[in-house]
Design a protein around this ligand. Structure first.
Ligand code: HEC
Length: 684
């Protein structure tokens, strides 16, 4: 937001507060909300910039920042960004259980539990490793989605249910689940879903009336079968697809990013990758495959497309646009423009004109080898032909985690810079041996359509850094190296500060202009979610949720059961302390009577690698997202193992129900887990 709009919005907020129940209008943040005081949407404001203009805590006094209070969260997953409205902190964790805390004390005011594990289809929709990442607030209501596909509105004062709708209700959304936040857009609330790495999913978003939950419109991301479907997308986009793509669903799930633009009354959608990733299977004759991997502007009144910009035509990778879409004004070539800023997985930083959807500029912000550059005239990438892995494997940069993932970037209105948690890594892409007869394996399996990487191709370890990037010059300003691969989202403030937590548990403040580290706190757990800042009675606070999960072991490695997931709130002069924590190393277990069978191990390893690995960790070494199965009694007991894995005995606690697995596959898993336990046991 430019200075004038910021002042105007602030004034509108104050007026709204003074009037008490003023109606939300275009450009105003909504009844009762105060821009600056409140952090009321995933990205803070409608602009989604993860920026707070507050400056009480600043680069000259941040050394006095201390813990005000900590709240222990009793759940399996708290990888989520909170909101703060009028002195209350709201967040949803685990099975989308909404919590309201007093922001001054951390005292629990109420909880709302949507009872996800009791829903009939919860078992198989719980397979993805990522819990709910954020919620929304407007007009005295808190909105959350649930993993198995409801959108829920709860009274912000009492925690009582206002309305609930099922948004995943079609056969086409069979393998879908929701992990992303809902987004408020004027008088509607919009929700998408994920799942297009696993099964036949056709992406769509649905808008609901904020007051009643009545469905307003639905927009499909990819075309259906033109012989049957007559929706806008099928009519417009089917000609950019080939073969019988609808048999695979096509993908395009909007699983995270959306941003509402009050000025144009549009919502921008960051659309997903194709399903399966490999285009030779999905759309064998090629084609742009609209509207995969695009930013699409949808008119909120009509639910129709206003414009689109596709970052990855002919997408045959896991590139998608689920990364933040942040709105601001920039002066480019002497001209003031309404722009959106977007740094998706594919490693290019895009500046797009919001009025028209025209690309203004795009440059690489990380290592990229799939394209040489983006042509400014056509807006299309100039591809590296080898990146299509035709007949020859290709080590693709960025890898499927993306140069930037769903961990939020921040755009500071003070420095004019964007701060991105960048990952740099490659991944071998190759066709599967059975490409001509490739079938979706229904159930709980990653179905990328890629082949097994041939032996002998060595991909260097990935790295990560925090990048300060200038969107006007499209140049790096500074970068600081960071530990491991996955690190937390970023908050920028008007105090010339950045706040960010990393996977080692270090929660730090940096000078936004030059990247100097000014302050840090040991959170005793890795951090992925983005911090927020807000005021209560005029006093500034910073809150972050510490909770970590990875699909592989980290340094230090977090223990699923021992590690505390916590809400941490900081203020100047805060004196609270976390209790001392020492991790106890638990032993890898074994049963000498268990005879490991190599053939069963091979079967089990295959299932594990596509179905269990996201949570229980590569090579059965947990990275903190779920218990370490080498150290668990349960796989040692066939009945207990069956009851948990196929019977869904631990669904309430975050472990899905894999009832599609056969007896042989269940047995194979036990053999594989035992083999890995023996291979990794410390030598006597
Ligand atoms: C979406 C994440 C996720 C996936 C995928 C997943 N699990 Fe789990 N699993 C969990 C969580 C979380 C728990 C811990 C539940 C609790 O706190 O009791 C768990 C617990 C377990 C346990 C009990 C361990 C113990 O000691 O209590 C077993 C056994 C298990 N999982 C096996 C599997 C197998 C086998 C697969 C693949 C077929 C699998 N899980 C896939 C998340 C997952």
């Amino acid at each position: 937001m430019g200075k004038n709009r910021k002042v105007a919005a602030l004034a509108a907020g104050i007026v709204a507060l003074a009037l008490g129940s003023a109606q939300p209008g275009i450009g105003a943040p909504g009844a009762g909300l105060v821009e600056g005081r409140d952090w009321y949407s995933f990205g803070g404001t409608d602009n989604g910039g993860h920026y707070s203009a507050l400056a009480q805590i600043n680069d000259s006094n941040v050394s006095q920042l201390g813990l005000a209070w900590a709240y222990d969260i009793d759940t399996f997953d708290a990888y989520t960004a909170p909101l703060a409205v009028n002195g209350v902190i709201y967040f949803a964790v685990g099975h989308s259980v909404i919590h309201a805390l007093d922001a001054r004390t951390g005292k629990l005011l109420w909880q709302y539990d949507p009872k996800v594990a009791e829903a009939p289809e919860a078992g198989w929709r719980m397979r993805a490793g990522w819990g709910i990442r954020g919620i929304a607030y407007r007009d005295g209501m808190v909105f959350t989605a649930t993993r198995e596909g409801r959108l829920i509105a709860v009274d912000a004062k009492t925690g009582k249910l206002r309305w609930s709708v099922k948004t995943l209700d079609e056969p086409g959304s069979h393998g879908a689940y929701i992990t992303g936040p809902p987004f408020v857009a004027g008088d509607k609330v919009v929700i998408g879903f994920g799942g297009a790495d696993y099964s036949k999913v056709r992406g769509y978003v649905t808008a609901y009336d904020i007051k009643t939950g009545k469905r307003a419109w639905r927009w499909y991301v990819v075309p259906g079968n033109p012989a049957v479907d007559k929706d806008e997308t099928t009519l417009e986009a089917a000609k950019t697809w080939t073969g019988e793509w609808w048999k695979f669903g096509g993908g395009g799930a909007v699983y995270q990013a959306m941003t509402y633009d009050a000025k144009y009354d549009r919502i921008y959608l960051g659309t997903g990758n194709g399903f399966p990733w490999n285009q030779k299977i999905r759309s064998p004759g090629g084609g742009d495959n609209l509207y995969l991997s695009s930013v699409v502007a949808i008119d909120m009144k009509t639910g129709k497309r206003a414009w689109h910009y596709q970052t990855n035509p002919e997408n045959t990778w896991d590139f998608n646009n689920a990364m933040d879409i942040e709105l601001t004004e920039l002066t480019i070539d002497g001209q003031k423009r309404d722009v959106l800023l977007h740094a998706p997985k594919n490693g290019f930083y895009y500046v797009i004109d919001r009025a028209t959807g025209k690309l203004l500029s795009a440059e690489k912000f990380a290592q990229v080898n799939w394209a040489e550059r983006i042509d400014k005239e056509t807006g299309r990438p100039v591809h590296n032909p080898e990146a299509f892995y035709k007949g020859k494997p290709f080590v693709l940069y960025p890898f499927p985690n993306g140069a930037h993932g769903v961990q939020a970037m921040a755009h500071s209105e003070q420095t004019g810079l964007t701060y991105i948690p960048v990952m740099e890594g490659g991944r071998v892409h190759t066709d599967p041996a059975n490409i001509d007869t490739w079938q979706v394996r229904d159930g709980m399996f990653i179905n990328s359509g890629l082949g097994v990487p041939p032996a002998g191709i060595v991909v260097p370890p990935s790295k990560s850094f925090l990048l300060a990037y200038d969107p006007v010059t499209q140049k790096k300003v500074w970068e600081i190296p960071q530990p491991g691969t996955f690190n937390g989202g970023v908050l920028a403030t008007g105090g010339n500060l950045l706040f960010q937590g990393v996977n080692t548990g270090d929660f730090a403040a940096y000078n936004a202009k030059d990247g100097t580290k000014l302050w840090s706190f040991d959170a005793q757990n890795g951090i992925l979610s983005a911090p927020i800042s807000y005021t209560v009675n005029g006093k500034q606070y910073v809150t972050v949720i510490a909770s970590f999960r990875a699909s592989f072991a980290n340094q230090p490695n977090w223990d699923y059961r021992q590690q505390k997931r916590r809400v941490l709130t900081f203020m100047l002069g805060g004196k609270a302390r976390l209790p001392k924590f020492t991790r106890v190393e638990e032993p890898v277990l074994d049963d000498p009577a268990f005879a490991v069978d190599a053939q069963k191990v091979a079967l089990g390893a295959g299932i594990y690698g596509t179905t269990c690995v996201v949570c229980h960790g590569g090579g059965v070494i947990s990275g903190g997202a779920a218990p370490d199965l080498r150290k668990s009694q349960i796989p040692l007991d066939a009945d207990a193992f069956n009851a948990v894995v196929r019977g869904g005995a631990l669904m309430e606690r975050g472990m899905g129900k894999f009832d599609n697995l056969s007896d042989a596959e269940i047995d194979g898993l036990r053999h594989y887990i035992r083999q890995r336990a023996r291979e990794t046991m410390p030598k006597k």
